[in-house]
Design a protein around this ligand. Structure first.
Ligand SMILES: *Cc1c(COP(=O)(O)O)cnc(C)c1O
Length: 350
């Protein structure tokens, strides 16, 4: 006899991480090429000397620093081991077996996996023809079993943002006992003046949470820390389902230091925004379809040519993230990295 694992896990796709190919430029995981914020590295080094101690389980300093920065009550914040852990905690905190989670698709690939692992039902809602969230269809997909809706904005991997008026109209349609989670992993890169601030939206509504991360703009993907601003009882539930000590001490220290380095953050985000514009414009000029993007990546909906494009990029020492049969997501890197990618895009025969 062999040990039995859950039969339903056999149907579960594995999370596909962006590849690292030695000698190639990695534009596959939406990391910032610039590294952690420069002033934070020393804090990380200092924190390393203390790792024989357990971390502060309540992440007190980080929670207070976030509360200060966002002008919110600390009771309404929860930190997690990356926002992907918070995604799981949110589903755990709201769903029992057979409850439904509505999410856009194609979107962040953790949503279906986490939903299934927790035991809830997956309700994916296709994007619009413009590769944006179809909020009308998402609202219509909500049933009496729906407990949670993920709104990924800007949407990973396609790039478009949900604008303020659109979001408010959608939220007006969502029953007040369904939690709407605004996944704002790319918030710091957003430059559209019509973008809603998820924290403001969540402050004004009783069924909305905003989720952000230190992995992307702050450059701490390897340390794993994210946060959620949620209704108070939801934040309390998130802390209950959190694996004890999963937000490590180095991550907590680095996140606090990162919040103090807003000038450095702004400088890098400005550079990503201007490079994003340059890369997209150039791709459009080459005849590629590129949806409008507010994140640190562009999406090329290449359909059946995706695999071929991916291999062409690899031959040119650029690693992109291919979703076979759908498209390629390409992270905005340093200017010279983007130039290498653009050269590959130029030499691709279509
Ligand atoms: C990258 C990403 C996250 C998760 O980031 P963490 O590293 O787990 O904080 C969450 N949501 C979206 C949409 C992402 O792209």
């Amino acid at each position: 006899m062999t040990v039995r694992t859950r039969a339903d896990l056999d149907q579960l796709p594995a999370y596909v991480a962006g590849r690292t190919v030695p000698g190639s430029i990695k534009l596959a995981s939406n990391e910032v090429s610039a590294g952690p914020l420069p002033s934070v590295v020393e804090t990380i080094t200092r924190a390393a000397a203390e790792v024989h101690r357990y971390p502060d389980m309540g992440a007190t300093k980080l929670t207070e620093a976030l509360a200060d920065k966002l002008h919110v009550a600390p009771e309404r914040l929860a930190v997690g081991c990356g926002s992907v852990a918070l995604c799981e905690q949110l589903v755990q905190a709201t769903c029992s077996a057979e409850d439904e989670v509505v999410y856009p698709w194609r979107s962040f690939e953790a949503y279906p996996i986490i939903t299934r692992v927790v035991g809830a039902r997956q309700i994916p809602v296709p994007l619009t023809g413009e590769h944006a969230l179809d909020l009308d269809a998402m609202a219509s997909a909500i049933t009496s079993r729906t407990r949670l809706v993920f709104v990924c904005s800007p949407n990973n991997p396609t790039g478009p943002l949900v604008r303020r008026a659109e979001l408010e109209a959608f939220l007006d349609r969502v029953p007040s006992d369904v939690l709407v989670v605004l996944d704002e992993a790319y918030w710091e890169f957003v430059s559209d003046p019509e973008a809603p601030d998820g924290v403001e939206v969540a402050r004004a509504r009783e069924n909305v949470a905003s989720m952000r991360t230190f992995s992307k703009a702050y450059g701490l993907a390897g340390l794993r820390v994210g946060y959620t601003y949620a209704p108070e009882h939801v934040a309390a539930a998130l802390r209950k389902v959190c694996i004890p000590f999963s937000v490590n001490a180095v991550a907590q220290a680095a996140a606090v230091a990162s919040l103090e380095a807003q000038d450095e953050l702004k400088e890098r985000c400005d550079s990503v925004v201007s490079e994003r514009r340059r890369v997209r414009d150039e791709l459009l000029g080459l005849g590629y379809e590129v949806p409008e993007t507010q994140a640190n990546f562009v999406w090329l909906p290449l359909g059946e040519s995706t695999q071929e494009f991916n291999e062409h990029c690899l031959d040119n020492r650029v690693v992109v993230r291919a979703f076979v049969g759908e498209g390629a997501r390409v992270t905005i890197g340093r200017p010279e990295e983007n130039d290498t990618f653009l050269a590959a895009a130029r030499s691709y025969r279509r």
